[in-house]
Design a protein around this ligand. Structure first.
Ligand code: NAI
Ligand code: MG
Length: 352
């Protein structure tokens, strides 16, 4: 297959970790007989410096002409005092909005050799393998009216049927690629929007007889994520609940440097990026952990390109390198044992 990938390195360690992921994708292309065309463009602080705009039109055009986007991270102290319109994060919000990326995906999978970094007991964390599917463009963060005075405040939790239907359908498709189990999380004992959410999930599940659905309340879900996280396969939820639950789930595996993410719309186009930020204090030193970005590239292969075997090849290689005890500085027991970004990436490439 032939695919076009827009690469937006961004700021801080963004260029280092995206470069590593591109190298891995090039090796996948060679091994599996694909051609990937990479086109680089600026976003965030980098784009502000070059174009006085955190998301230049040229970048949008390059992404529009691509099948998927691979992003590093944005932000850093250099731009912290900038006015709102010239903040690096604006670029991220703007690209999600421009492409209507309503489905945010965060897989959380235990890495056996990193279990000691988990705040949970090893026996609770070791079987964890879940995918959180969060609605990203609706709900409480976008509903109007939304304002406050000193005497009172209002926010609006609004969901249209169409907004719920499209995220529910996506989550069924993802569940079919996994263990076929969805926990749909809401607060249907209190919220009207959750009652409609539940109704639509029940309507949609008829078309996916191979997927098992359980409705769960958000409060008890937050407990079960700690007491029995391995019980989850796909967690489907609305924007605010997903914001909170995905941060809760992200610490189960202990290490920020290994968590990938994707943001998708109804078709196969998607934006793939590590969960971590630009880590400015270690930028340019060649010591950043590229695992989260490399695993984000694997998600791109799976969800945007339908290349399951290729995605698994990357994930297996990363697992093997960890099992061998090869780590970058953030995870290594001592500085002497730490590999550089490049050395660690070479190990993954050799495995592939
Ligand atoms: P951060 O995720 O950049 O760093 C948190 C801690 O984890 C730091 O100690 C950092 O050195 C370490 N770390 C993160 N990723 C790592 C990696 N791949 N390898 C090794 N160590 C890693 O979050 P922080 O420090 O809160 O924010 C730094 C900047 O990043 C800020 O400007 C923030 O706005 C931005 N940011 C951007 C995000 C994005 O682009 N999606 C997300 C979060 C923060
Ligand atoms: Mg959050």
């Amino acid at each position: 297959m032939e695919k076009k990938v827009a690469v937006l390195p961004g700021d801080g360690i963004g260029p280092e970790v995206t470069e590593a992921a591109v190298k891995v994708l090039e090796v996948i292309a060679k091994r599996f007989g694909h051609t990937f065309h990479f086109e680089h463009a600026s976003i965030g602080g980098d784009a502000i410096d070059q174009h006085q705009n955190p998301l230049p039109d040229e970048t949008i055009a390059i992404c529009e002409a691509s099948d998927a986007v691979l992003l590093g991270a944005v932000g850093g102290p250099k731009w912290d005092q900038n006015p709102q319109a010239l903040r690096p994060e604006k670029g991220l919000l703007a690209i999600r909005k421009h492409f209507d990326l309503f489905a945010n995906l965060r897989p959380v999978k235990a890495v056996p050799s990193l279990l000691h970094t988990s705040p949970l007991k090893e026996e609770n964390a070791k079987e964890v393998d879940m995918l959180i599917v969060r609605e990203l463009t609706g709900g409480l963060y976008f509903g109007e009216p939304s304002h406050h005075t000193d005497e009172g405040a209002v926010d609006t939790l609004l969901y249209t049927r169409a907004e719920i239907e499209r995220i529910v359908e996506k989550s069924f498709e993802f569940a079919q690629l996994r263990k076929g189990k969805i926990a749909s999380v809401d607060k249907a004992n209190v919220l009207e929007s959750s009652k409609l959410w539940r109704k639509i999930v029940d309507e949609k599940k008829v078309a996916y007889p191979d997927v098992e659905v359980e409705h769960m309340l958000v409060d008890s879900t937050s407990m079960k994520l700690i007491t029995n996280p391995a019980a989850f396969d796909v967690i489907l939820t609305e924007n605010m609940f997903g914001d909170i639950l995905s941060d809760e789930a992200s610490v189960i595996t202990g290490s920020l440097g290994v968590l990938p993410s994707a943001s998708m719309r109804a078709d196969s186009f998607g934006l793939y990026e590590p969960v971590h930020g630009s880590a400015p204090e270690i930028a340019g030193k060649g010591i950043a952990n590229p695992a989260a970005t490399i695993l984000s590239a694997a998600m791109m292969l799976r969800y945007s390109f339908g290349m399951e075997a290729e995605a698994v090849a990357i994930e297996k290689a990363v697992d093997t390198v960890f099992e061998d005890g090869s780590f970058t500085a953030d995870l290594a027991d001592s500085a002497q044992q730490a590999l550089t970004t490049q050395e660690w990436t070479e190990k993954v490439i050799n495995e592939i």
